[in-house]
Design a protein around this ligand. Structure first.
Ligand code: GLC
Length: 800
């Protein structure tokens, strides 16, 4: 154990004895003999915020991460004290502050210790930059595990890892490389079957050590700024994740087409090539909703311009694609080419919106267009100016989504691949250097883009995607994991990264399916599509210089298999859309790692291959070449094999067959899964019949289905339906009840209900409490299906 004296010798300073404390509304401010102050704020009954000032002077309280609309409030806040301690007690947690050294400890209401300071808060002066390196260390309990931290390409359970956050452009990154495109300084700790979260809201470079340096210590620290963190109590991981997401904000519902299959490459050009691509999708009957234009659509990579040789009439092209059911998404980077004939450059210069170095010159750096300047997206006026530039692309040309890239920010051919640290930023009126603004630069660019797209696409919904982000960035954009590689290892990483992002509040995420750099074999491509159709964002993208990556490129077999899986995604769109609804409304992640699903089962603590998609699907990708199946863990409960309906009792590991045209997919017993017919793109068909797949269970289970117009804002005025299906299964009877909340008039007329695993033969039926003949409900014995009016409320199927 390192002692304080040893650390002090190394230049670390500590709070000393408490001398006073004072309550001010939700907050209590503690002051130590050496003038350190700690403010503890009760945010909710299960959430406390801790802020430290080493000299009693706090910075202005400002955060890009916290959602201003997040609900506050608690029911109990008591303060008690004795000679040794002061206690803050809420309805769910107790926080103990030790008088002699200001260390804190957190307990649940049953007095179980959840988390306590080891050395606690300490700091080191930063002689080079001013301010402090602010540090915190906590004691780790035996058997404690850690999760979270966004896009890190490392094992899912973070125990034993040391990780830092500094947004970096990492072409073809490798496993265990910790500085990638996003900074999400939020983690979850789990021990004694109870979970808590720590959100360290500090935008400087942050570091986390999970028992890497010392076995029983977890620590986090930053290169500057304030020790400012939130403690979020579960006890369920699900509670921690939803509370964190609530704190940092959730997105609005995306348009349903954004959940379709997307095809991208660097780059599809000229127009004839894009048209050929579109025709190939339709000719091959391979569903697709969006095509992407990478940087080559621009004139010399100048943002908001078009290369008129390649795309002489973009508006016409975009319209024609739209008629065939394709939305066009275009890329926009932050770098603005230094060019006196380029309007945006001149205008930005005149308005003084570009970043400058400490001593005054413009921040110049090389990106795709050559030497560039960069808007300061932390300046609200620059954000507004940037947003307005989308008018032409969106309102006039008809582009439907914007893809922001290189916004770490990435600069080529310089050490560190980004801005020098002295660059100045407005930071919404809290002027600072790049050390503080770096990790939010991409998020603020995505925010400006989101505002612009939203304004000009109205009354439709915006769709945006960003590479870089910070905690809370999920409010403004979807994301992808950047420049991965066509390798089996990256397929493994893809699975982990998207689950991890989901646990970190960022559900709307995907990877470059097939790999960005290098070219996948047909087998790897197939396995990646199989996983990718279960990711909230599903896009094939590649660098283009390693060969083609369209589904038909790998031959007939691959085309057929990948089509089958993409068709499955399109069938599951109502199910996935419902999962998005739960994410956007109730902060529930779309993918749930097994530890999230069943934390009480310790088998799940180190699992990362298997995950839950939405509420009812268990999915496990094949991540190795030349295999006909794999061993996987089936979590507790009974599960139907999706392909053959055999029922498996979980809580064990087993072998599951999965030749190339298959992958392990299971459905939880009792689930009712809404399905659409296959479409070539969202809203191709006017769907009048919803298919419901009912998986029999001896017992009860609820499922929900959310429906609205798939786009636009009418749902915000209440024009949506939330259908709850209640299943009750008995030995010789199954009951399905439907409750519809909402006033949306859907196109649905009927529901075709298919029963899986019914242990009896249906001999009689009643609908809405009236006996009906089996013929009148279209009973088909062979397929075990019936057809009902969409608004049925009560169905009984009986065997007599
Ligand atoms: C970056 C992006 C990649 C894009 C390329 C060209 O490498 O990550 O997706 O295709 O730039 O714009």
């Amino acid at each position: 154990m390192i002692t304080n004296t040893e650390l002090e010798k190394k230049g670390n300073l500590f709070p000393t004895k408490l001398v006073s404390y004072e309550q001010n509304g939700d907050s209590i401010c503690f002051t130590s003999e050496n003038a350190v102050q700690l403010i503890i704020t009760v945010v909710r009954d299960s959430m406390l915020r801790f802020r430290y000032a080493t000299d009693g002077i706090f910075e202005k309280d400002f955060s890009y991460a916290i959602d201003e609309d997040q609900p506050h409030g608690y029911s109990v806040m008591d303060i008690t004290e004795d000679d040794e301690f002061i206690w803050i007690i809420t309805e769910q947690i107790k926080c103990r502050i030790t008088r002699k050294d200001m260390r804190t400890a957190l307990f649940d209401i049953e007095d179980q210790l959840i988390l306590q300071d080891e050395l606690g808060f300490h700091w080191e002066e930063s002689f080079e930059f001013g301010g402090n390196y602010v540090k915190m260390s906590k004691t780790t309990v035996d058997g404690e595990n850690f999760y979270g931290l966004g896009d890190k390409p490392t094992s899912f359970n973070l125990k034993g890892k040391r990780i830092s956050n500094w947004n970096t452009d990492q072409y073809a990154f490798s496993k265990d490389l910790d500085e990638l495109y996003k900074a999400i300084p939020f983690y979850i700790g789990l021990h004694s079957a109870k979970a808590y979260g720590i959100f360290f809201d500090n935008t400087f470079k942050t570091h986390f050590d999970f028992c890497h340096e010392r076995r029983h210590v977890t620590s986090f620290w930053a290169d500057g700024g304030e020790m400012n963190y939130y403690f979020i109590y579960g006890p369920k991981i699900a509670d921690v994740v939803t509370k964190y997401t609530n704190l940092t904000g959730r997105p609005e519902l995306p348009p349903m087409w954004a959940l379709g299959y997307h095809q991208s490459k660097w780059s599809y050009y000229p127009e004839a090539k894009v048209k050929e691509l579109a025709a190939n999708f339709r000719d091959n009957k391979f569903p697709c909703d969006a095509l992407y234009l990478d940087i080559d659509y621009m004139d010399g990579f100048r943002c908001f311009t078009w290369n008129k040789d390649y795309f002489p009439e973009p508006k016409r092209m975009v319209e024609e694609l739209e008629r065939d059911g394709f939305k066009t998404v275009a890329i926009i980077d932050p770098g603005i080419k230094i060019d006196n004939k380029y309007e945006i450059f001149k205008d930005g210069l005149e308005k003084d919106y570009f970043c400058k170095r400490a001593d005054g010159p413009y921040m110049q750096g090389k990106v795709w267009p050559g030497n560039c300047v960069f808007p300061d997206f932390t300046n609200p006026k620059a954000r507004e100016w940037w947003a307005d530039h989308y008018k032409t692309l969106i309102a006039e040309i008809g582009i439907k989504g914007i893809w922001n890239d290189m916004n770490e920010p990435a600069v080529m051919e310089v050490p560190g691949k980004t801005f020098p640290l002295d660059v100045r930023h407005d930071y919404d009126g809290n002027r600072c250097s790049h050390r503080k603004a770096h990790n939010v630069y991409g998020m603020q660019m995505a925010r400006a883009t989101y505002e612009g797209v939203k304004k000009y696409i109205f009354p439709k919904r915006p769709f945006t995607i960003t590479r870089a982000s910070y905690s809370g960035g999920q409010r403004f954009s979807s994301t992808w994991t950047g420049d991965n590689l066509a390798s089996w290892e990256h397929l493994w990483l893809a699975n982990i990264q998207i689950q991890r992002l989901g646990m970190s509040g960022f559900s709307f995420a995907g990877t470059d399916i097939g790999g960005f750099a290098d070219q996948p074999t047909g087998e790897l491509f197939t396995r990646w599509i199989q996983l990718g159709v279960f990711h909230p964002f599903c896009r094939v993208h590649s660098s283009g210089d390693h060969g083609e990556q369209e589904p038909w490129y790998f031959g007939e077999e691959v085309l057929e298999i990948t089509r089958k899986f993409v068709e499955l995604r399109y069938q599951l769109l109502p199910y996935l859309y419902t999962a998005f609804y739960q994410y956007c409304k109730d902060n529930i992640p779309i993918l749930k790692p097994l530890v999230y699903f069943d934390q009480a089962d310790i088998q799940t603590h180190y699992r990362s291959d298997e995950f839950i998609f939405g509420e009812h699907f268990l999915v496990c990708p094949i991540q190795e070449p030349n295999v006909q199946g794999r061993r996987m863990y089936i979590p507790r409960g009974n599960w139907y094999n999706f392909w053959n309906d055999t029922v498996i009792e979980g809580g064990k590991e087993l072998w599951v067959d999965a030749p190339l045209d298959s992958m392990p997919i299971f459905v939880k017993e009792g689930a009712i899964i809404p399905k659409y017919p296959v479409q070539q793109y969202v809203d191709e068909l006017e769907i009048e019949e919803l298919r419901l797949d009912v998986y029999y269970k001896n017992g009860k289970q609820n499922s929900i289905y959310y429906e609205d117009d798939h786009d636009g804002y009418d749902y915000k005025m209440g024009l949506f339906n939330l259908r709850t299906f209640k299943l009750t299964g008995k030995t010789k009877e199954i009951i399905v009840q439907q409750h519809v909340a909402g006033t949306y008039e859907s196109n649905l007329k009927t529901m075709k209900i298919k029963f899986h695993g019914l242990p009896f033969e249906i001999t009689s039926a009643s609908v809405n409490n009236e006996n009906v003949s089996l013929e009148s409900i279209g009973y088909d014995k062979e397929s075990n299906t019936i057809i009902l009016q969409e608004n049925f409320t009560d169905l009984h199927l009986i065997s007599e």
